[in-house]
Design a protein around this ligand. Sequence first.
Ligand code: NAD
Ligand code: UD1
Length: 338
Amino acid sequence: METILVTGGTGYIGSHTVVQLLESNYNVVIVDNLSNSSKAVLQRVEQITGKMPTFYQADIRDEQALTDIFNKHKVSAVIHFAGLKAVGESSQIPLEYYEQNIYGTLVLCQVMAKSGCKRIVFSSSATVYGDPASVPITEQFPTSATNPYGRTKLFIEHMLSDLHQSDPEWHIVLLRYFNPIGAHPSGLIGEDPKGIPNNLLPFVTQVAVGKRTHLSIFGNDYSTKDGTGVRDYIHVVDLANAHLKATEKLERLTGLRKYNLGTGQGYSVLEIVMTFERVTDEKVPYEVTERRPGDIAECWADASLAKAELNWSAQLQLDDMLVDAWRWQSGNPDGYAS
Ligand code: NAD
Ligand code: UD1
């Protein structure tokens, strides 16, 4: 049985990926410092899969801790989720972002190289396309960054690319996620943001559950179908599944590959609110406010490369994403602390 080391494996996307790895009979070793997640995730994962992953509470910047873990386990590949991800916060504390994301990945790769494990799947983001000139976005589009978070993703992509150039034994897949939402259909694991959510969906579900009075829609004067921002929302279970396909691909791969992970379909903020109200029968009061600085009008993926090379495409629809997000939020009003 192959062992996959998952950094950030108790986080939102990591936990859903761990479930699918366990269900596909991989051994899973999680490294997470719990800075943005809870240990309670582990019991929930066990409830879903009947298996308990091996867990280390450790920081990816801790070279000794990582070395010990690699000495203890014969790791065949790493799926690397760990890092900080709040765009607004990254402008307030950029050094923290550079240290955790860039330096953390650097230490991880050094330890991997020393241990002879040279296969990695990395969580990148559609943010590396900056403000795209057109949609849908293909992997060939020029990259740029508009904030420190985005710069860390872009820099790590360059770092991994240089690493592969220098040593072709490295097998690397960069996954550029569009907008992950939803939760496991069991309602046992889901997104559990600390404090006020930055992203649309957790805000919507917190309004519906009564934790917040109303949603602010950031601008309705974009040149989009109804004036509100359009994004490519993708179910986290579909996203997790792509990590399994990418991990399998690592075995056969020569080189570094990059894939967009989205559905290829864009929905506006108003469409999200209306669809959520329809499928859940809950009300989401909202008001339209100023645009959020740094936001772009529209963004959706051309995900045909992932279909062609990974044999992956998103299977779940927007209704599924919203029903599942609501099942998680309504069953766990305070997330894992519920
Ligand atoms: P998350 O915060 O839920 O998960 C990240 C996990 O990493 C957390 O459990 C956190 O405790 C852990 N972590 C953070 N810094 C660490 C460190 N130095 N050492 C060890 N563990 C550490 O976030 P997520 O939504 O699951 O995102 C996972 C990855 O995907 C991130 O790299 C993120 O940038 C990327 N991504 C996320 C989105 C999104 O919308 N959620 C979109 C694009 C890319
Ligand atoms: C944001 C990040 C992006 C990151 C992604 C996933 C920014 C500028 N970009 O993308 O780098 O990869 O999250 O973590 O932050 N909206 C509202 N009201 C809200 C929240 C959001 O109207 O309370 C709107 C936004 O204006 C946008 C859409 O909803 O049009 C989606 O927003 P969000 O969920 O924050 O994702 P992105 O901005 O696409």
